[in-house]
Ligand binder design. Sequence first.
Ligand code: LP5
Ligand code: MN
Length: 252
Amino acid sequence: MHKTGITRFVSDLHLSAERPDLTARFAAFLADTAASKITALFILGDLFDAWIGDDDLAQPFNAEVCSLLRKLSDQGTQLFFIAGNRDFLIGDTFAQAAGLQRLTEVEKVGAGETAILIMHGDTLCTDDTDYQAFRQQVRNPAWQDSFLARPLAERRAEAAALRQKSRAATKEKSQTIMDVNAEVVRQALITSGCRRLIHGHTHRPGCEQILLADGTDGVAERWVLSDWDSHRGDALEVSAEGSIRRIDQSGE
Ligand code: LP5
Ligand code: MN
């Protein structure tokens, strides 16, 4: 899929016009990624706080983020994107303008022992049944077509209302319900044959050992990316040899 070399993974930046500090941090991260001659950058969803359709690219903030990405791809780093629950409406128009390649919701990077399974992470949270029902609805192509046919202003208001509902809903849900389901994680690893998984979404950065119990006594690693905030720009970097380390774009 990509040339061998050093790769980086980020997720959950939640960029918005209201948070110029995050955009500045991301711009610094992209500049460092270019300077470090990184082969490929994988954005594992929730790049934006909310994306209401590629026809909103004319909005100055969206155009700014798009050109930051474009600059990196023009400088030689391949860009890949897996959609999150905030920006699943990113389509071909944005991808082409930003110079990124859209991937399907679950992908395998690399081969052999160092292959890595990547995804946004929301599909692992199967105990959050309200969210999964919601997800099924908004990932339906017919629903998306009808949503995208509505005026931008209406879509913007709808997205803001939905963000509000989500904030209220997540306050009520237990932390356990909103985390990944251990069995689903194990099955995803076993099915893919990968021994490492990288995902975001849960905003619980860490690295967990997982006993696969698939008859091989195999052990896998689950690397979870953090969301970005005023003092943190979390990323994972994978060396050409395949070892994973956490890096932080402090922005200072
Ligand atoms: O995002 P976050 O961290 O707050 O919580 C997520 C889940 N919430 C969501 C909703 C998004 O935040 C909203 C993003 C809007 C941008 C997209 C715009 C384009 C579509 C506009 C659609 C009208 O994903 C949250 C999880 C949490 O992660 C942890 O995993 O729990 O899930 C929810 O809050 C969903 C609720 O539980 C159920 C949905 C309630 C609203 C139902 C209204 C239906 C609106 C019509 C859409 C079909
Ligand atoms: Mn998410």
